[in-house]
Design a protein around this ligand. Structure first.
Ligand code: LR7
Ligand code: MN
Length: 573
């Protein structure tokens, strides 16, 4: 008995010593090797990781004279596995064929620090930036596979290769049907061609510069998987990035989903976590911006892994069902080079029956730049105006006036024919932009309009105020500037205004009297809109009615053809 116990202790001691040696050996391996052999968060979770990767564990990685803090938790596949994944591709010669010459400006060609990017090589470990609760989520075992579509024009070889390798390293292989590269007429065809030695990678080269919109449509048309995944050519995908997105699209094919886009520094290529409280927004000049989730939504979020509804997507990184992409009309292929297509797609998805969301458990890094490193054959400003003008003209209805006031230079600039896109919008029976404003992006304020005064005429009479809050019809007095204040109205939707007072109903039922009260845009009793020649109260649906010229003003069932409900605004000059 005692001998058995002694043997057991000896075996345990040997195992412990071996284990310690193994652990130390692991830690002292060079960075890239350590990264590729350390287990992913998901493997650890499933209990067959080699060395428990502590989420959030900080490792200081020394490279040359600089120290870069990185948190190492991935990639998930073994080094051998990765070599298999690269097939006959010779990474070293691919990268070394294009080296920065001593003395060259490392920012010149790509608007990021090429020297730093090249130094990192084809892969590296990055921090798992997700909320820790994401690692515990489960996804269907039978998720459909996806075609990855990456369009590029003169991308640096190291950033392009890292995009591809990060996809192969950090995605379950069964989910990657293929990686389609669209070489948008880059100077060196080999940048793309050589990469086809990597299994699953295909290359389509444009015979002339097309821009990212037509290139993506070309890529999507040749995709064989049922789900499309778009990426920019300078990304690094993070742990378990793909499963959350495919899961959401599998559950509802009308969802178009994006990851949180982390920041890869254009100077030192550090991988930085982006805030998880942001969504996509824009201003009236159609300038994209990240903005805080509205406070009510933020308060209601008790689960940080839940999707975030977003009015627009940044545009470069998203997953969409292929049939849905085709059904909704792919992209507007009359848009050139860069810009505007993300608004067009976002408006179209929301207004034609789909939705857009950002999934916090999916993270993809992107190198954000301050300038375009490539030329625009028609010029940068003109191209952006053409593309955004097309988006505004097709989708923004009467709200396009705010786009033109914010971007006066857009007026009169050529934007081509939009007949096909208008037909598409009609065919798809899409909702009006007003619906989008009210339901998807109510936070976007309509600019204060310059007040235009009018008289409101009914027959030969004019609507006027009497006393403190009374109203009635009276003979129209004065002309132009000499009109009395009591007959001057400002129609600023949804208000019907006279100085600081606004037309309001006293109750929501037919026959209720109408009076004047201090203006408040949020007050439902003061909201009106034109309905033919009539003025309809937006909430009750009833119309402003004079009944008889002498009687009090009320609201009654709308019959816009009736004389007592007809109000003709005449602008006072
Ligand atoms: O002529 C061109 N042909 C191309 O193939 C011009 C560009 N491209 C490629 C280019 O190589 C890159 O892969 O198109 C992609 C996007 O171009 P970038 O990276 O120069 O532009 P960007 O990162 O500023 O682009 C953002 O806005 C664009 C508007 O048209 C697109 O929607 C991009 O996909 C989008 N990128 C992202 O959303 C990533 C997150 C950035 C943000 C915000
Ligand atoms: Mn980009």
């Amino acid at each position: 008995m005692r001998r058995i116990r002694a043997n057991a202790i000896a075996i345990l001691t040997v195992a412990w010593i071996l284990g310690t040696f193994y652990y130390l050996w692991q830690d002292s391996k060079p960075q890239s090797a350590a990264a590729s052999s350390s287990s992913s968060a998901s493997q650890t979770r499933r209990g067959h990781g080699q060395k428990a990767a502590v989420p959030g564990r900080l490792e200081i990685i020394h490279r040359d004279d600089r120290t870069i803090p990185l948190i190492v938790t991935q990639p998930p596949h073994s080094e051998q596995n990765q070599n298999q994944q690269l097939g006959s591709f010779d990474e070293k010669s691919y990268l070394s064929a294009k080296q920065l010459k001593p003395g060259d400006d490392p920012y010149r060609e790509h608007a990021f620090n090429l020297q730093e990017s090249d130094r990192l090589g084809g892969e590296r470990a990055i921090r798992d930036t997700r909320h820790y609760r994401c690692a515990a989520l489960n996804y269907d075992a039978d998720l459909p596979s996806t075609s990855i579509i990456i369009t590029f024009h003169n991308e640096a070889r190291s950033t392009l290769l890292r995009t591809i390798k990060s996809v192969l390293m950090r995605s379950p292989p069964s989910l990657i049907q293929e990686i389609i590269l669209i070489d948008d007429f880059s100077s060196d065809p080999e940048d793309c061609q050589l990469l086809t030695q990597i299994p699953k990678v295909r290359c389509l080269r444009n015979g002339r510069r097309e821009g990212l919109i037509r290139s993506r449509v070309r890529g999507a048309s040749s995709a064989s998987a049922s789900i499309l995944t778009f990426l920019d050519s300078h990304c690094e995908v993070n742990a378990d990035w793909l499963q959350p997105m495919i899961q959401r699209v599998k559950e509802d094919h009308t969802r178009v989903v994006s990851p949180i886009i982390d920041v890869i520094s254009l100077d030192n290529f550090a991988y930085l976590a982006a805030s998880a409280d942001l969504r996509g927004g824009f201003d009236w000049s159609l300038h994209f911006k990240w903005e805080q989730i509205p406070i009510e939504q933020k308060m209601a979020r008790n689960d940080p892994t839940q999707p975030i509804r977003t009015p627009v997507i940044a545009g470069g990184i998203f997953v969409m069902d292929k049939s849905w992409f085709n059904h909704l009309g792919q992209y507007d292929t009359h848009m050139d080079i860069w810009g505007g297509e993300n608004f067009e797609l976002s408006f179209r998805v929301w207004m034609c029956g789909g939705s857009l969301e950002i999934l916090p458990c999916s993270r993809v890094g992107h190198v954000f730049r301050k300038r375009h490193p490539y030329d625009f054959p028609e010029g940068n400003a003109l191209t952006y105006i053409k593309n955004t003008r097309r988006a505004a003209e097709v989708w923004m209805d009467e709200y396009k006036q705010y786009y033109y006031s914010a971007r006066p230079s857009a007026q009169g600039k050529a934007f081509g024919s939009i007949t096909d896109r208008l037909t598409l919008r009609r065919k798809l029976n899409c909702k009006p932009f007003r619906w989008y404003m009210e339901n998807v992006y109510p936070e976007l304020r309509v600019p204060e309009q310059e007040a235009v005064s009018s008289v409101l005429k009914q027959g030969g009479l004019c609507l006027e105020t009497r006393g403190t809050d009374g109203l009635g019809l009276a003979e129209c007095r004065g002309i132009g500037g000499s009109r009395p204040q009591s007959q001057r109205w400002e129609l600023i939707e949804p208000l019907i205004r006279q100085q600081d007072l606004c037309l309001a109903i006293s109750a929501f039922t037919a026959g209720s009297k109408v009076k004047m009260e201090p203006c408040n845009t949020k007050e439902p009793r003061q909201k009106w809109k034109p309905k033919g020649p009539a003025l309809q109260h937006m909430v009750s649906g009833l119309c402003l009615d004079s009944q008889t010229p002498t009687g009090p003003l009320v609201i009654s069932q709308c019959r816009p053809q009736m004389a007592s409900q007809s109000w003709e605004p005449q602008i006072i000059t």
